[in-house]
Design a protein around this ligand. Structure first.
Ligand SMILES: Cc1cc2nc3c(=O)[nH]c(=O)nc-3n(C[C@H](O)[C@H](O)[C@H](O)COP(=O)(O)OP(=O)(O)OC[C@H]3O[C@@H](n4cnc5c(N)ncnc54)[C@H](O)[C@@H]3O)c2cc1C
Length: 247
């Protein structure tokens, strides 16, 4: 398939194919897990004490993960700033153990930034519901997706502007905008909630319970996973070893 560029700006309307994830703040480390777990056997202890016996700490984290003692993984916090299309947020917000704040289409004029699939996005679904896979589309199908998407976004945004210029409220005018419009949000979670999210929104070899997420939310999940793995490497390794089952 030829490389059709799709990240471009036409008449002030931006099209892109990527998702942005930033870790804006965090209080999350492997020590937090050990510290919380050890209250049951040692009582109160300091976080510094935990650094003294790293091998024992690793063993404890692996045990907690394997036996699904999940609560010690809740004593952490990560806040991500995510920029992704609205249809991704719709799936994302089904995860109720995250806290969310999203930009408002009532208080702000929405910016003309729209998602268009990249050339490597598989376009065709083959198989029955519950047992299907996605395969490459033809060049013609890809061109159609890009052209039809861009045409319809430009038309929708023009209608949005027309209504705003006529004095219609933003909350009414936004009704014509499509779900591939980019939005932004802060999403805060703990490590246990993140593992649950990752187990459902990524597709990986070696998962005890394979999931089949939509590619676009998986693109967000992959970035979150990479950021989290750096903060809690022992917990991350234990999660992988346990078949990516959230404790
Ligand atoms: C591949 C895929 C396809 C999907 N397709 C659809 C679809 O077609 N239609 C659709 O509507 N949704 C769909 N979903 C969303 C799905 O049904 C869940 O809403 C989503 O995955 C969040 O899962 P969760 O409820 O386990 O997570 P969370 O809301 O993050 O909750 C985490 C865990 O907390 C516990 N919990 C949270 N709230 C409650 C509660 N009220 N009562 C009891 N326990 C609770 C549960 O143990 C839960 O597993 C899909 C999800 C995936 C991954």
């Amino acid at each position: 398939m030829s490389a059709v560029t799709n990240a471009e700006e036409i008449d002030g309307i931006r099209f892109r194919s990527d998702m942005t994830v930033e870790l804006v703040k965090h209080a999350a480390s492997d020590a937090d897990v050990i510290w919380a777990a050890r209250v049951s056997t040692k009582g109160e202890s300091s976080l510094e004490e935990l650094e003294r016996d790293p091998e024992r700490s690793k063993g404890l984290i692996r045990f907690l993960m394997r036996d699904r003692h999940g609560t010690p993984f809740e004593h952490s916090s990560m806040t991500f700033y995510v920029r992704a299309p609205i249809f991704v947020f719709r799936e994302f917000m089904r995860h109720r153990t995250f806290s969310y704040n999203e930009e408002s289409g009532r208080y702000r004029k929405l910016q003309p930034e729209f998602y268009v699939p990249a050339p490597d996005r598989k376009l065709v679904q083959v198989g029955k519901p519950g047992k299907y896979e996605f395969v490459e589309g033809t060049e013609e199908q890809y061109r159609l997706v890009v052209e039809a998407t861009k045409r319809s976004c430009r038309q929708a945004y023009a209608a949005y502007l027309e209504m705003l210029e006529a004095g219609v409220a933003r909350e009414v005018a936004r009704g014509v905008l499509p779900v591939n419009l980019y939005s932004s949000m802060y999403a805060t979670c703990n490590a246990r909630a993140l593992m649950h999210f990752l187990s459902l929104r990524t597709r990986r070899e070696g998962s005890a319970f394979p999931s089949f997420p939509q590619r676009e939310i998986e693109m967000v999940a992959e970035q979150m996973e990479a950021l989290w793995a750096r903060l809690m490497p022992i917990t991350y390794e234990a999660f992988q070893a346990a078949g990516r089952v959230a404790p």
